[in-house]
Design a protein around this ligand. Structure first.
Ligand SMILES: [Zn+2]
Length: 346
């Protein structure tokens, strides 16, 4: 990759000269998201950030850059302009990997990989209640994504002749060096686009979309539901995917462990000693359960097949466990106290 010793890459990434590669990467990610042309950012600014990052996150290149800069400022080059690192370095792979994970390939995919790149994946999170996670539900999600602009004309890019990448070979004091990068005129697409005679930066526009998400009963917290092709659109059908992340709001009433459902039920000491009937809450609706006689403190009352999951021949439902929470009377009347004393004397 080229670098220009006159440019201060540290200023561009807003990091000190002592910054580690990790710090450079962090700064780059932040700025790249902000300035990515795919997201309406300025292409030139983005390329500058890109260029700075490629140099500063690689210790070898960073030290070369620092050396070049020293040399440059001491008058070594004259007005030589750009310089290139050797093409063999790990940069291409690492860089596209990093970028791929941020934007799913996006505009900046290389020539060889272009057939494989696609639109970005999109992730949206939604929250559902504990009860909804038990019963299943359906939600309408609104989100925005890139879609192809209708009725546009395209032309093979004259800068890269459709390859999407440009390369340069340059004689330097260290021998011939070569590098290639995404074509600046078509952003790596290999084509340029116009609509009604006006040229477009890219053939996509943001559009609001809604999607109906059927959430199955018994879904777990943190699960993703994938909608293939519902992410950002791409040119030749390799549209990105939409991932809906399900967050289940914690409940003060219920708890889930595996497919079992746990409910805390307030009871009296009489309920435990003598047994008693209790109405308990349940996502499917309240119902009455019997607390057996002589239930011990700490014992749970199991009710089979009232937990999570599907019932039926192939399905296996979890169980429901009641956790009796004993309320010891805080205040006794004289008479009550006498009765308790009589009990105690037995
Ligand atoms: Zn081009």
């Amino acid at each position: 990759m080229d670098f220009d010793p006159k440019k201060n890459y540290y200023d561009i990434l807003d990091i000190p000269e002592t910054a580690t590669p990790e710090e450079a990467k962090k700064a780059f990610k932040k700025l790249a998201v902000k300035h990515h042309p795919d997201r309406g950012g300025d292409k030139a600014k983005f390329q500058e950030i890109n260029e700075a990052f490629q140099v500063l996150w690689d210790e070898r290149k960073k030290s070369q850059y620092d050396a070049y800069r020293k040399w440059w400022f001491s008058g070594g080059f004259g007005d030589g302009g750009f310089w290139w690192f050797g093409g063999q370095g790990g940069f291409d792979v690492d860089f596209w990997d990093l970028f791929g994970s941020m934007f799913g390939g996006g505009f900046w995919g290389g020539e060889e990989s272009r057939a494989n790149v696609g639109g970005d994946d999109i992730q949206v999170s939604i929250s559902i209640s504990f009860e909804e996670s038990f019963l299943g539900t359906s939600k309408k999600i609104a989100y925005s994504r890139n879609v192809k602009i209708a009725n546009i004309q395209d032309k093979t890019c004259s800068t890269c002749h459709g390859r999407g990448r440009v390369a340069k070979r340059v004689q330097t004091p260290f021998g011939i060096m070569q590098s290639q990068w995404a074509c600046p005129d078509c952003g790596g697409l290999g084509k340029t686009y116009t609509k009604d005679g006006k040229s477009l930066d890219n053939p996509f526009e943001k559009r609001k979309d809604t999607i109906e998400v059927k959430i199955p009963e018994g879904i777990n917290d943190g699960v993703y539901i994938k909608f293939t092709g519902k992410g950002n659109e791409w040119l030749d059908g390799h549209d990105g995917d939409l991932y809906i992340k399900i967050n289940i709001t914690a409940s003060s009433l219920y708890e889930r462990k595996g497919d079992n459902l746990y409910i805390k039920v307030p009871v009296t000491i009489f309920d435990l000693v003598l047994g008693g009937e209790h109405e308990i809450p349940h996502p499917e609706g309240k119902f009455k359960v019997k607390i057996p006689k002589a239930t011990q403190i700490g014992d749970m009352v199991k009710i089979a097949n009232k937990g999570f999951g599907k019932s039926g021949i192939f399905g296996k439902k979890g169980d429901l466990y009641l956790i009796p929470k004993v309320d010891i009377p805080k205040k006794l009347s004289k008479e009550e106290e006498k009765l308790w004393q009589q009990l105690a004397a037995l």
